[in-house]
Design a protein around this ligand. Sequence first.
Ligand code: NAP
Length: 249
Amino acid sequence: MSKNIALVTGGSRGIGRATALLLAERGYQVAVNYVNDAKAAQQVVDEIKANGGEALAIHADVADENQVVAMFRKIADEMGPLTALVNNAGILFQQSTIENLSAERINRVLSTNVTGYFLCCREAVKVMSTRHGGQGGAIVNVSSAASRLGAPNEYIDYAASKGAVDTLTTGLSLEVAAQGIRVNGVRPGLIYTEMHASGGEPGRVDRLKANLPMQRGGQPDEVAQGIVWLLSDAASYVTGSFIELSGGR
Ligand code: NAP
């Protein structure tokens, strides 16, 4: 049986970390991508190895085309042909209304959250597509409930980037459905990670949780479970679909 080899972008913490650990538990070799925190990525790799799994930490800014290409080359050289991609690396900035959104900020959000997802999808398709001699594979794009809700007064630039991720997911799923590749998305809601601190409010989930139908925030592992299911053979007839992982919101 051929090996399952997965890349999780932004695998050093939060949802990406939980996904990398769960994939390793399910027998995948995991490439753990990060951009700043080499130590955190290495800790994820060490934890996987301590549990008998195989993993590799790989630095790359997903917004940088050359770095993405080099990352995929490294995975091919050191692990083998990729079978699963989790596009997860995402950023947002200080909560703000539109008056204070600069072009520089908007472009930074879009280049990581949208261009980065495109570039990783492109490189993954080149490896996986049966049209290029590959064995097929599965891609999950981590979007957000913000793509539906718009994140008014917080970060509509971020929400719009997730709208683009949803459209990428739909379009690519149709483009590669006959090439052995499934492409799906998840839309997490309010999840306990460090991302909210980037928006200037580390306690955001606790402030808002009472408004949620389930009246609690979600844990990274609850998102990872949905991602890993979509990648698995249990979801073999699922493509172009989205799972709302948002406690009913
Ligand atoms: P997080 O805790 O802030 O972690 C972000 C991860 O992305 C880190 O591993 C970070 O690496 C990496 N990263 C950031 N920019 C990168 C770049 N340019 N290249 C490569 N890696 C990069 O975020 P999270 O909350 O787990 O979010 C993960 C995904 O879920 C994002 O796409 C986010 O939009 C989505 N999401 C989150 C929530 C939520 O409530 N948390 C809700 C909906 C959707 P370093 O550690 O090296 O900095």
